[in-house]
Design a protein around this ligand. Structure first.
Ligand code: DP6
Length: 322
């Protein structure tokens, strides 16, 4: 039996950075994100009689750490469905892998959705979110369309994402791709180093809890200005926590900082635009859909050699015809 699912990346507005449980991927903080309508990943899972799981990403066999993460999702699906067969997994990514463009979120959301279906597990979205979380924390949010909040929780059962309603202006996310190179330090390693060595990590955790509640209230009120200002604060505080690690982790480049500055200037020109960045130098700018073209024009005037992609709120993970 083969099942195929598609999922899209999400970009955190309130960031997840740091785990309290590395094995179960229970985060130190809750987070809130927007699922996009670009760069989907499509994954097929076939239940097999093979002796071991086999995983292929973009035509190449996966081994090591990445295939272990796939196996932890498959193991969880086997455990929940009471089955023991192995699986063949074939995944096709449309986003440069590991360049801070959230490819793992889409990949593990698609994997959880396809694997549950292939193994005959009737899982609701909350359960799929918990299964996807075992592969990559941020994948828990890509199960859902649009705005989603991942409640940190304290154990496997209480750590899941859920959708939030957004009644504000239609949103866009301008993705400025300044580099598609694989990052030098994986987010998993950088996160662990921040938890273990950064004196700012405790302050990051404490301030994130307050920020998440403020942002959730602003989402409920459809208040883009507050959501946007908190988005920038969350991103900069997350990066500040990494600057404090030993050795320091710095994903932002000169081009990233120039883009953050440009976004500030756009705001003083009356454009509602707010910058964020993840585990890489690429910058994502949250704005109104009807101002996205002006945002691209403003950013490309300052950094002309980046690639700009305009994304909107996208769908949750779903089964597609193989
Ligand atoms: C900076 O979800 O990739 O994008 O749980 O170790 O797989 P693991 O980490 P991952 O980290 C995402 C970090 C981030 C912020 C975010 O998406 O919230």
């Amino acid at each position: 039996m083969t099942s195929t699912a598609t999922a899209h990346p999400n970009i955190a507005l309130a960031k997840y950075w740091g785990k309290r449980d590395d094995a179960l991927i229970i985060p130190a903080t809750g987070s809130l994100s927007l699922t996009l309508d670009v760069f989907p990943t499509t994954t097929s899972v076939t239940v097999s009689d093979d002796a071991a799981d086999a995983v292929e990403l973009d035509g190449a066999a996966l081994a090591g750490e990445e295939s272990n993460r796939v196996r932890s999702v498959l193991d969880r699906v086997r455990e929940l469905s009471g089955r023991t067969e192995k699986a063949r997994v074939v995944s096709v990514n449309t986003v440069p892998t590991a360049a801070g463009l959230a490819s793992s979120a889409a990949a593990f959301a698609a994997l959880a959705t396809a694997a549950a279906d292939a193994f005959g597990l009737s899982a609701d979205d909350r359960m799929l979110s918990r299964i996807a979380r075992r592969g990559s924390g941020s994948a828990s949010r890509s199960i859902f369309r649009g705005v989603a909040r991942w409640n940190a929780g304290t154990d496997d059962e209480s750590s899941y994402a859920e959708p939030l309603a957004w009644h504000g202006p239609a949103l866009a996310m301008v993705v400025a791709i300044v580099s598609s190179k694989r990052k030098a330090v994986s987010s998993r390693t950088a996160m662990r180093r921040t938890v273990e060595t950064s004196p700012y990590f405790a302050a990051w955790v404490a301030s994130s809890a307050t920020l998440l509640e403020q942002m959730s209230d602003a989402v409920a009120a459809g208040d883009l200005e507050t959501v946007g200002e908190l988005t920038e604060q969350s991103a900069l505080r997350m990066h500040a926590s990494m600057f404090g690690a030993v050795p320091p982790v710095r994903y932002l480049s000169a081009a990233s900082l120039a883009l953050f500055d440009t976004v500030l200037n756009l705001r003083s020109d009356g454009i509602e635009a707010y910058a964020t960045a993840d585990a890489g130098p690429n910058v994502k700018v949250l704005c109104r859909s009807d101002q996205a073209a002006e945002v691209v024009a403003g950013l490309s005037a300052v950094i002309p050699d980046a690639d700009y992609v305009v994304a909107h709120a996208g769908p949750g993970a779903h089964i597609v015809d193989g």
